[in-house]
Design a protein around this ligand. Sequence first.
Ligand code: HEM
Length: 161
Amino acid sequence: MDVVPALARWLHFMAGIMWVGLLYYFNFVQMAALKSAAADGSAAAINRHVTPPALAWFRWASVATWLTGAALLGKDFAAAFTLQPSHFAIGIGAWLGTIMLFNVWALLWPAQKVALGLVEATEAQKGAARRRAFIISRLNLALTFPLLFFMGAAGHTAIYF
Ligand code: HEM
């Protein structure tokens, strides 16, 4: 058994489950919970004790997922990212994952830092940042659906393409 690809695939699964798992937690659980918590004044506790560690695991799991994915591609990295017919499915999946990684670090995290008061900001700026974070998080949520289709399709290409 080729140890490196097997280890990379195992680590890729775990990192991908952590990243997408927390993305689904934020979108399907925490956003609604924060709304009702705001009503009874307990939202600050969630944003103080739950959100920061959850966001840290989320951010670094995105990096680990990308790096283990790239390791899995290995010598086929260029063929995948240039969408060669032989690597079309994994290429699409890899690009979707790369766009999601960019959204997390270049758009979402800066907005979350403002919204959570981790950087100096007015209430109006925090409100606008919360809106931006909501839209980008929903966008990444939507991107997981085709991404997971193509990640699965890549390993079982014969059935799909
Ligand atoms: C949210 C991000 C991602 C998730 C949740 C994810 C998940 C997965 C899963 C579940 C598989 C296994 C499919 C199977 O064997 O049936 C897989 C395979 C793979 N992923 Fe990802 N992935 C993500 C992003 C990426 C990225 C960004 C890359 C490349 C830079 C990548 C490269 C690969 C490769 C090369 C395979 C192996 C395909 C094969 O078996 O031929 N993945 N991924």
